[in-house]
Design a protein around this ligand. Structure first.
Ligand code: ADP
Ligand code: MG
Length: 255
Protein backbone atom coordinates (compact mmCIF):
# COMPACT_ATOMS: atom_id res chain seq x y z
CA UNK A 1 0.00 0.00 0.00
CA UNK A 2 0.99 3.61 -0.61
CA UNK A 3 1.18 4.63 3.01
CA UNK A 4 1.74 2.25 5.90
CA UNK A 5 -1.36 3.57 7.69
CA UNK A 6 -3.72 2.62 4.85
CA UNK A 7 -5.64 -0.49 5.81
CA UNK A 8 -7.78 -0.65 2.68
CA UNK A 9 -7.26 0.65 -0.83
CA UNK A 10 -9.16 0.15 -4.06
CA UNK A 11 -7.68 1.15 -7.41
CA UNK A 12 -10.04 2.00 -10.24
CA UNK A 13 -12.58 -0.74 -9.51
CA UNK A 14 -15.15 -1.53 -12.18
CA UNK A 15 -18.21 -3.76 -12.20
CA UNK A 16 -21.04 -3.96 -14.70
CA UNK A 17 -24.25 -5.98 -14.51
CA UNK A 18 -25.18 -6.47 -18.15
CA UNK A 19 -25.23 -2.96 -19.56
CA UNK A 20 -25.47 -1.30 -16.15
CA UNK A 21 -22.16 0.00 -14.83
CA UNK A 22 -22.60 -0.15 -11.05
CA UNK A 23 -18.95 0.60 -10.18
CA UNK A 24 -17.22 2.90 -12.61
CA UNK A 25 -13.60 3.40 -11.59
CA UNK A 26 -13.93 3.70 -7.82
CA UNK A 27 -10.68 4.44 -5.97
CA UNK A 28 -10.86 4.82 -2.21
CA UNK A 29 -8.49 4.46 0.72
CA UNK A 30 -9.22 3.99 4.40
CA UNK A 31 -6.68 4.97 7.02
CA UNK A 32 -6.10 2.95 10.15
CA UNK A 33 -7.97 4.18 13.21
CA UNK A 34 -10.63 6.14 11.31
CA UNK A 35 -14.37 5.82 11.09
CA UNK A 36 -14.67 6.49 7.37
CA UNK A 37 -18.19 7.18 6.12
CA UNK A 38 -19.61 6.34 2.72
CA UNK A 39 -22.73 8.09 1.48
CA UNK A 40 -24.43 8.60 -1.87
CA UNK A 41 -27.89 8.49 -3.40
CA UNK A 42 -29.78 5.22 -3.83
CA UNK A 43 -28.19 3.15 -6.57
CA UNK A 44 -24.86 5.02 -6.34
CA UNK A 45 -23.06 1.68 -6.05
CA UNK A 46 -22.24 1.66 -2.34
CA UNK A 47 -23.29 -1.92 -1.62
CA UNK A 48 -21.72 -3.14 -4.86
CA UNK A 49 -18.42 -1.56 -3.82
CA UNK A 50 -18.65 -3.38 -0.46
CA UNK A 51 -19.33 -6.64 -2.31
CA UNK A 52 -16.30 -6.09 -4.54
CA UNK A 53 -14.04 -5.20 -1.62
CA UNK A 54 -15.14 -8.10 0.58
CA UNK A 55 -14.89 -10.73 -2.16
CA UNK A 56 -18.60 -11.42 -2.65
CA UNK A 57 -18.26 -10.11 -6.23
CA UNK A 58 -15.24 -10.24 -8.53
CA UNK A 59 -14.48 -6.91 -10.21
CA UNK A 60 -14.28 -6.64 -14.00
CA UNK A 61 -11.23 -4.47 -13.54
CA UNK A 62 -9.18 -2.76 -10.85
CA UNK A 63 -7.57 -3.95 -7.62
CA UNK A 64 -8.31 -4.22 -3.90
CA UNK A 65 -5.67 -4.22 -1.18
CA UNK A 66 -6.14 -5.05 2.50
CA UNK A 67 -3.05 -4.33 4.57
CA UNK A 68 -0.26 -5.72 2.37
CA UNK A 69 -2.41 -8.33 0.66
CA UNK A 70 -3.86 -8.08 -2.82
CA UNK A 71 -7.34 -9.51 -2.22
CA UNK A 72 -8.78 -8.61 -5.64
CA UNK A 73 -9.79 -12.12 -6.65
CA UNK A 74 -10.00 -13.61 -3.17
CA UNK A 75 -13.05 -15.22 -1.64
CA UNK A 76 -14.78 -13.62 1.37
CA UNK A 77 -13.11 -15.91 3.93
CA UNK A 78 -9.68 -15.19 2.42
CA UNK A 79 -10.37 -11.46 2.56
CA UNK A 80 -11.45 -11.93 6.19
CA UNK A 81 -8.15 -13.65 6.89
CA UNK A 82 -6.34 -10.66 5.39
CA UNK A 83 -8.12 -8.54 8.01
CA UNK A 84 -11.36 -7.26 6.44
CA UNK A 85 -14.85 -8.29 7.55
CA UNK A 86 -18.22 -6.82 6.55
CA UNK A 87 -21.83 -6.87 7.70
CA UNK A 88 -24.86 -6.92 5.43
CA UNK A 89 -27.56 -4.34 4.92
CA UNK A 90 -29.99 -7.14 5.75
CA UNK A 91 -28.46 -9.66 8.18
CA UNK A 92 -28.37 -13.09 6.58
CA UNK A 93 -28.36 -16.75 7.42
CA UNK A 94 -29.78 -16.36 10.88
CA UNK A 95 -33.33 -17.59 10.33
CA UNK A 96 -33.25 -20.96 12.01
CA UNK A 97 -30.40 -20.34 14.43
CA UNK A 98 -30.37 -19.12 17.99
CA UNK A 99 -28.21 -16.11 18.77
CA UNK A 100 -25.58 -18.44 20.27
CA UNK A 101 -25.43 -20.52 17.10
CA UNK A 102 -25.22 -17.39 14.97
CA UNK A 103 -22.31 -16.17 17.06
CA UNK A 104 -20.54 -19.51 16.64
CA UNK A 105 -20.76 -19.11 12.87
CA UNK A 106 -19.05 -15.77 13.37
CA UNK A 107 -16.29 -17.38 15.37
CA UNK A 108 -14.91 -18.97 12.22
CA UNK A 109 -14.38 -16.01 9.95
CA UNK A 110 -16.83 -15.95 7.03
CA UNK A 111 -16.43 -19.50 5.81
CA UNK A 112 -20.16 -19.81 6.28
CA UNK A 113 -19.42 -22.94 8.30
CA UNK A 114 -20.89 -23.36 11.77
CA UNK A 115 -18.46 -24.48 14.42
CA UNK A 116 -21.35 -25.80 16.49
CA UNK A 117 -20.54 -29.47 15.77
CA UNK A 118 -16.91 -28.74 16.68
CA UNK A 119 -18.01 -27.06 19.87
CA UNK A 120 -19.41 -30.41 20.98
CA UNK A 121 -15.99 -32.00 20.58
CA UNK A 122 -13.79 -29.35 22.15
CA UNK A 123 -10.47 -30.83 21.01
CA UNK A 124 -11.19 -29.70 17.45
CA UNK A 125 -11.86 -26.08 18.42
CA UNK A 126 -8.70 -24.08 17.96
CA UNK A 127 -7.43 -21.71 20.60
CA UNK A 128 -8.27 -18.83 18.26
CA UNK A 129 -11.85 -20.02 17.84
CA UNK A 130 -12.24 -20.40 21.59
CA UNK A 131 -10.93 -16.86 22.07
CA UNK A 132 -13.42 -15.67 19.45
CA UNK A 133 -16.31 -17.38 21.25
CA UNK A 134 -15.31 -15.69 24.52
CA UNK A 135 -15.08 -12.38 22.73
CA UNK A 136 -18.54 -12.97 21.24
CA UNK A 137 -20.02 -13.52 24.70
CA UNK A 138 -18.33 -10.36 25.99
CA UNK A 139 -19.74 -8.36 23.09
CA UNK A 140 -23.27 -9.62 23.69
CA UNK A 141 -22.92 -8.42 27.31
CA UNK A 142 -21.63 -5.09 26.18
CA UNK A 143 -24.40 -4.64 23.63
CA UNK A 144 -26.89 -5.50 26.37
CA UNK A 145 -28.33 -8.50 24.50
CA UNK A 146 -26.71 -11.31 26.48
CA UNK A 147 -30.17 -12.31 27.77
CA UNK A 148 -31.15 -13.18 24.19
CA UNK A 149 -28.41 -15.77 23.69
CA UNK A 150 -30.73 -18.79 23.53
CA UNK A 151 -33.53 -17.04 21.63
CA UNK A 152 -34.19 -18.08 18.05
CA UNK A 153 -32.81 -15.19 16.02
CA UNK A 154 -36.13 -15.07 14.14
CA UNK A 155 -37.69 -13.68 17.35
CA UNK A 156 -35.33 -10.69 17.50
CA UNK A 157 -36.22 -7.18 16.41
CA UNK A 158 -34.44 -5.72 13.39
CA UNK A 159 -32.28 -3.61 15.69
CA UNK A 160 -31.31 -6.55 17.91
CA UNK A 161 -30.36 -8.52 14.80
CA UNK A 162 -28.11 -5.67 13.72
CA UNK A 163 -26.37 -5.87 17.12
CA UNK A 164 -25.89 -9.64 16.77
CA UNK A 165 -24.49 -9.09 13.28
CA UNK A 166 -22.14 -6.41 14.62
CA UNK A 167 -21.01 -8.62 17.52
CA UNK A 168 -20.52 -11.54 15.16
CA UNK A 169 -18.33 -9.47 12.85
CA UNK A 170 -16.20 -8.10 15.67
CA UNK A 171 -15.53 -11.49 17.28
CA UNK A 172 -12.81 -12.21 14.75
CA UNK A 173 -11.02 -8.91 15.58
CA UNK A 174 -10.77 -7.67 11.99
CA UNK A 175 -8.31 -4.88 11.16
CA UNK A 176 -11.15 -3.14 9.35
CA UNK A 177 -14.88 -3.63 9.68
CA UNK A 178 -17.31 -2.62 6.91
CA UNK A 179 -20.87 -1.88 8.01
CA UNK A 180 -23.62 -1.60 5.39
CA UNK A 181 -26.38 0.64 6.79
CA UNK A 182 -26.02 -0.37 10.46
CA UNK A 183 -29.02 1.71 11.59
CA UNK A 184 -31.42 1.27 8.66
CA UNK A 185 -34.82 0.33 10.09
CA UNK A 186 -33.54 0.64 13.67
CA UNK A 187 -35.45 2.74 16.24
CA UNK A 188 -33.76 6.00 17.34
CA UNK A 189 -32.85 4.74 20.83
CA UNK A 190 -31.10 1.66 19.51
CA UNK A 191 -29.51 3.71 16.71
CA UNK A 192 -27.97 5.89 19.40
CA UNK A 193 -26.71 2.80 21.23
CA UNK A 194 -25.14 1.53 18.00
CA UNK A 195 -23.48 4.92 17.51
CA UNK A 196 -22.06 4.75 21.03
CA UNK A 197 -20.77 1.15 20.55
CA UNK A 198 -19.09 2.07 17.25
CA UNK A 199 -17.46 5.09 18.86
CA UNK A 200 -16.25 3.03 21.86
CA UNK A 201 -14.83 0.31 19.62
CA UNK A 202 -13.11 2.98 17.53
CA UNK A 203 -11.61 4.52 20.69
CA UNK A 204 -10.17 1.05 21.34
CA UNK A 205 -8.58 1.09 17.89
CA UNK A 206 -11.15 -0.54 15.61
CA UNK A 207 -11.15 0.92 12.08
CA UNK A 208 -14.54 1.24 10.35
CA UNK A 209 -15.88 1.92 6.87
CA UNK A 210 -19.60 2.62 7.19
CA UNK A 211 -22.32 3.07 4.56
CA UNK A 212 -25.29 4.89 6.03
CA UNK A 213 -28.30 6.81 4.73
CA UNK A 214 -29.01 8.40 8.11
CA UNK A 215 -27.14 11.70 7.66
CA UNK A 216 -27.10 12.87 11.31
CA UNK A 217 -25.74 9.43 12.29
CA UNK A 218 -22.92 9.36 9.76
CA UNK A 219 -22.03 13.05 9.96
CA UNK A 220 -21.77 12.78 13.73
CA UNK A 221 -19.64 9.65 13.66
CA UNK A 222 -17.47 9.61 10.55
CA UNK A 223 -14.43 11.54 9.38
CA UNK A 224 -13.62 11.50 6.55
CA UNK A 225 -16.77 10.95 4.51
CA UNK A 226 -16.56 9.55 0.97
CA UNK A 227 -19.39 10.49 -1.40
CA UNK A 228 -20.21 7.99 -4.12
CA UNK A 229 -22.32 8.86 -7.16
CA UNK A 230 -22.93 6.76 -10.27
CA UNK A 231 -20.26 4.26 -9.29
CA UNK A 232 -17.54 6.86 -8.79
CA UNK A 233 -16.10 8.86 -5.93
CA UNK A 234 -17.67 12.32 -6.22
CA UNK A 235 -15.66 13.78 -3.36
CA UNK A 236 -14.11 13.02 0.02
CA UNK A 237 -13.82 15.37 2.95
CA UNK A 238 -14.75 16.21 6.51
CA UNK A 239 -18.47 16.14 7.34
CA UNK A 240 -18.48 19.96 7.11
CA UNK A 241 -16.87 19.92 3.67
CA UNK A 242 -19.30 17.27 2.40
CA UNK A 243 -22.35 19.02 3.81
CA UNK A 244 -21.55 22.30 2.10
CA UNK A 245 -20.40 20.88 -1.25
CA UNK A 246 -22.62 21.89 -4.16
CA UNK A 247 -21.86 18.68 -6.10
CA UNK A 248 -23.11 16.57 -3.22
CA UNK A 249 -26.33 18.54 -2.92
CA UNK A 250 -26.85 18.24 -6.70
CA UNK A 251 -26.18 14.48 -6.66
CA UNK A 252 -28.85 13.95 -4.02
CA UNK A 253 -31.37 16.22 -5.70
CA UNK A 254 -30.64 14.74 -9.14
CA UNK A 255 -30.43 11.18 -7.77
P1 ADP B 1 -26.47 1.50 -3.33
O1 ADP B 1 -26.05 0.51 -2.31
O2 ADP B 1 -25.61 2.70 -3.43
O3 ADP B 1 -27.91 1.90 -3.19
P2 ADP B 1 -26.10 -0.70 -5.21
O4 ADP B 1 -24.64 -0.97 -5.19
O5 ADP B 1 -26.98 -1.62 -4.44
O6 ADP B 1 -26.36 0.82 -4.79
O7 ADP B 1 -26.60 -0.69 -6.71
C1 ADP B 1 -25.94 0.03 -7.74
C2 ADP B 1 -26.59 -0.30 -9.05
O8 ADP B 1 -26.26 -1.63 -9.43
C3 ADP B 1 -28.11 -0.24 -9.00
O9 ADP B 1 -28.57 0.27 -10.23
C4 ADP B 1 -28.50 -1.69 -8.80
O10 ADP B 1 -29.78 -1.93 -9.33
C5 ADP B 1 -27.43 -2.43 -9.58
N1 ADP B 1 -27.12 -3.76 -9.01
C6 ADP B 1 -26.59 -4.01 -7.80
N2 ADP B 1 -26.41 -5.32 -7.62
C7 ADP B 1 -26.84 -5.93 -8.75
C8 ADP B 1 -26.92 -7.29 -9.20
N3 ADP B 1 -26.50 -8.30 -8.40
N4 ADP B 1 -27.44 -7.53 -10.42
C9 ADP B 1 -27.85 -6.51 -11.22
N5 ADP B 1 -27.80 -5.22 -10.87
C10 ADP B 1 -27.31 -4.92 -9.65
MG1 MG C 1 -26.98 -0.36 -0.60
Amino acid sequence: LDKPNQILRTDDLRKAFGGLVATDGASIAVEEGTITGMIGPNGAGKSTLFNLISGFYDPDDGRVWVNDTDVTDKKPHETARAGLVRTFQTPRRLEDMTVREAMLVGARPQTGESILPLWLSPSTVTREERANIERAEELLERFEIAHLIDEPSAELSGGQLKLVELARAITTSPDILLLDEPVAGVNPTLANDIKRFVRELNDEGQTFLIIEHDMPFIMDLADPVIVLDQGKVLMEGTPEEVRSDRRVIDAYLGG
